[in-house]
Ligand binder design. Structure first.
Ligand SMILES: NC(=O)c1ccc[n+]([C@@H]2O[C@H](COP(=O)([O-])OP(=O)(O)OC[C@H]3O[C@@H](n4cnc5c(N)ncnc54)[C@H](O)[C@@H]3O)[C@@H](O)[C@H]2O)c1
Length: 284
């Protein structure tokens, strides 16, 4: 397998850098000496991430849904980056819990615009720079829900399957260019994602509140953002085009291959026993 360049001291771009996995990626890569361009819509969270980073940073409030904003950000990165770009992590994402029958289509659209079009916008904005260099990686965050369809997450699953399809197609297109496309499939990672989710009443059972649902997610998510960041960076360095993050992701990937029609039911039953809740704690 062809190895990518090591991350050390090369510049990187991280979207969704104000929280969770994005913040952990920024910290981990800064410790490795990488100058970091951070983007998020959350200005206060971005400032908190940037505060203690030991390397040069470019901090931009960007809504990944807006292709124009992403292109402006990419131009600023080009002018700023002190060194070659090692990777662009298109990581920003949100969650929605609802049923297909009763959920608000506006919530689904909001999610799709961020989770899928945000990734497309980031890819299109930074790809010319990477192709010009003839090196580097576009690293797009899908989920284990890009491997498996699960109830109450239809829009999330659809967006993450879309990220996977888009990135796998890009990976093939880029062969021979020196640039890579990498799809990341995290399992449950203890971040703010469930707390920021739009939860529709039809997705709550037995008098459960959305806060209780988020707390159950926290209790059952088994991977820390720091561990997730290390796994992702190591995999990109090793030249992988597909990254499973966490033991639950490895299990779900195996189940989805061995028994694709039963995998979602098996995972649901397993989680119920582990968390004592109907909340799913893999893949947000
Ligand atoms: N936490 C998990 O269990 C899990 C599992 C699988 C996949 N993921 C994916 O990992 C990625 C990171 O999520 P996280 O768990 O760190 O969640 P998080 O909520 O901690 O961080 C997500 C970040 O994205 C930012 N964001 C949201 N909308 C944005 C927009 N329009 N423009 C710019 N930034 C925006 C938020 O402000 C936040 O800082 C997401 O794509 C998520 O779907 C997470």
């Amino acid at each position: 397998m062809k190895r990518n360049h090591p991350a050390d001291a090369r510049a990187v771009v991280v979207t969704g850098a104000a929280s969770g996995i994005g913040r952990a990626l920024a910290r981990h890569l800064a410790e490795r000496g990488c100058p970091i361009a951070l983007a998020d819509k959350d200005e206060a969270g971005l400032a908190e991430t940037a505060h203690a980073l030991p390397t040069p940073t470019l901090v931009e409030v960007v809504d990944v849904r807006d292709a124009g904003q992403m292109h402006d950000f990419a131009s600023k990165v080009r002018a700023w980056a002190p060194r070659d770009l090692w990777a662009c992590f298109n990581n920003a994402g949100v969650a929605v819990n609802n049923t297909v029958a009763s959920g608000d289509p506006a919530d689904d659209q909001w999610l799709h615009d961020i989770n899928f079009h945000g990734v497309v916008n980031g890819t299109r904005a930074f790809l010319p720079h990477l192709l010009e260099q003839g090196s580097g990686a576009v690293v797009n965050t899908s989920s284990v829900y890009g491997l498996l369809g699960v109830p109450l997450h239809s829009a999330y699953c659809a967006s993450k399957f879309a990220v996977r399809g888009f990135t796998e197609a890009l990976h093939q297109e880029l062969i021979g260019t020196g640039v890579r496309a990498v799809t990341v499939h995290p399992g449950g990672v203890k971040t703010s994602i469930a707390h920021n989710a739009r939860v529709s009443p039809d997705a709550l059972t037995d008098g459960e509140t959305s806060q209780e649902r988020a707390r159950a997610f926290d209790a059952a998510a088994i991977t820390t953002p720091e561990r997730a960041a290390r796994t992702i960076v190591r995999a990109v360095e090793r030249g992988r085009s597909r990254v499973l993050v966490g033991p639950d992701a490895v299990l779900i990937d195996a189940l989805a291959r061995v028994t694709p029609t039963h995998a979602a039911g098996l995972v649901g039953r397993l989680e119920k026993r582990l968390s004592g809740s109907t909340t799913s704690a893999v893949g947000a």
